[in-house]
Ligand binder design. Sequence first.
Ligand code: SF4
Ligand code: ZN
Length: 307
Amino acid sequence: MKCKVCKAEAVVALPSHNTAFCPVCYDRFFMKQVSEGIRKRKLLEKDDKVLVALSGGKDSLGLMYALAELGYNVTGLHIDLGIFDSSKKARSVVEDFCADKGYALKVVELEKEGVPMPLIKKHIRRPICSVCGKFKRHYFNKVAIEDGYTALATGHNLDDEVARLFANTLRWDQAYLADQGPLLPAEDGFAKKVKPLYRVTEFESANFSFLKGIPYHHLPCPYSSGASFTGHKMIWRNQELRSPGSKRAFYGGFLDRGQPAFAAIHEKKKDYEVEPCSKCGCPTSVGLCGVCRIREQLDEALVAAAK
Ligand code: SF4
Ligand code: ZN
């Protein structure tokens, strides 16, 4: 198999683009996908101060590398969830990666924030992954706002976005469909959020990190229980095999024609006010924000357990 650009030996075949690349041309292809995606949807300005959420996985580390290579002012943010060996490994991969590349890095430790995940798992009767997601979103936004970052970038790729869109569509969830996309502008105390990898698949992202020699964390979280997104990704993997390019067409069509329609409907329905949390000052529509509520519930549960 030859590279479609330079005719050298190809190492990556991409049926969805009907092409194949050698390592050098693949690098150009990938970086162009990212820079074109940013330009087309106006995700970032050159003077944005970008906080990149780093979980330690291939997507987030590859994103940090790509944005730095494109000349953006980037700082990494890692949330140490404190979930046994899985979190220790993730944190050390992120710290080593940033030290090696000379990238600035901030770390938030949930244990120091009074919401250690193992205690939440033990004492709070709520789906642990939804609590985990709430914490991550809360601290990403808190650090971005408090430390003056103008954009928060996450490593969601095309497969993530298609699986999420599919789930939202199965429920015809207007609010989520109205908000889904690679750009959420800053508003009401929330920083601008961008997903610069929305045009590249999981396979393409993994290849980029592999060819760049970026080490990544893949120790599974012990609380992972095979979320429904995994099932949706399997459906789309099969669809893509039968019809290469389906994911791009589904998501691209939604961004061009579906999302604007849902956003228009939802805008008319918005009937809540966002205000600062009465305890921590982070934006919320219910007085006390979700994280402060969980912290209070945990404190009460620990007092009850100690009696
Ligand atoms: Fe958090 Fe759930 Fe992922 Fe574990 S599997 S890191 S608890 S979202
Ligand atoms: Zn709060």
